[in-house]
Design a protein around this ligand. Sequence first.
Ligand code: ADP
Ligand code: MG
Length: 398
Amino acid sequence: MKFLVQKFGGTSVSTESRRKFVVEKVKAAIDEGFSPVVIVSAMGRKGEPYATDTLLSLLDDKFKEENKQATDLLMSCGEIISAVVMSNELNKVGLKAMPLTGGQAGILTNDDFTNATSTNVDITMLSDITSKGYIPVITGFQGMTKEGFITTLGRGGSDTSASLIGVALNAHEIQIYTDVDGIMTADPRIVEDASLIDVISYSEVFQLADQGAKVIHPKAVEIAMRGNVPLVIKNTMNNCSGTLINSIGDSNSTRIITGITYLNNRIQVSIKLEDNQGNPHYKELLDIVANNDISLDLINIFPKEKIFTIDSSKKNMLETIFKNINIKYTLIENCSKISVIGSRMAGIPGVMAKIIKALSDSNIDVLQTADSHSTIWCLIESDKVNEATNILHQTFQL
Ligand code: ADP
Ligand code: MG
């Protein structure tokens, strides 16, 4: 039996009329001779009754922090509702569907509640029910500990579920259905003329996803890559061919830059030697911060200054640490990190210079930069991030 994993995101299953498109995609898979395995997210986005954020808003912050296992039980409800409702839609057109929780589908995880990692996928149940002609409709975003407690896999976790199941079943491909035509050169909500990428490598998508492009979760890319199962991103509402993600990418392309993305909520931290003369902790500052589980990014070390960025959620923690060891520092809040990504930029001179020139010509201050063989990062103020993304998109004629 050749399996096709089809994952449908929150907007794809949010209304009855959209769920009809989902049914069409499942029927098409069967017509092509595949055994479909469906994975669903919770219905709709924040504000809609069964969306994950809506469920979470029923709990207070203290409870959520202190009762992660219970929080997971609540958060898993959105996908459970969605899987049963979707099974109903499939039944209406004469297809036999069976809703399953992540645990029932065999996704076993550690007990890191609210952000669990899969330890193993046991396909016994899936093999059994598909051989009996059922279409499994699996709740995305969730797994189960070996003791039987429901866990969730972190934000965007339904993509991860799709990759876990796709790799375990050695599926023909993993199709991620969403509300855009595929992976675009930039978020189409920000850049109106962003263009569709037909084929792209796992590593470039990983970079895009890891640096903010919400269209697929980086963990899902990593799992599919390790299992060498192709991922395809498609629009639920049309028949566009979408974006194929594989290990080779587009070998015919001569484009230096593949895409642009950004991450908000960054804070730039600067610590000057002259403000901290005689403080024994100055030397080992980065270690102290990292050992407190604050991840640092864009790290620049100069003889007289250390600069790095953190996520804004870690601000209070960082300030407490610095207060305790009497470190003087300055912060620039509300920053965004723009990433210009392209595996062919290695060895091509002038890409960074072109970026800096384009941004400074538009009076956008670049607070910090960094580069690797496939990505250039620039830190700018968040209120300029949409403008900067559009300018760079134009500069590289994406
Ligand atoms: P789903 O609910 O289907 O999982 P998501 O909201 O997680 O959907 O992901 C789809 C969204 O990703 C799109 O609506 C789009 O705004 C956003 N997005 C960000 N960057 C990109 C990109 N480079 N290409 C396509 N979509 C992107
Ligand atoms: Mg998503």
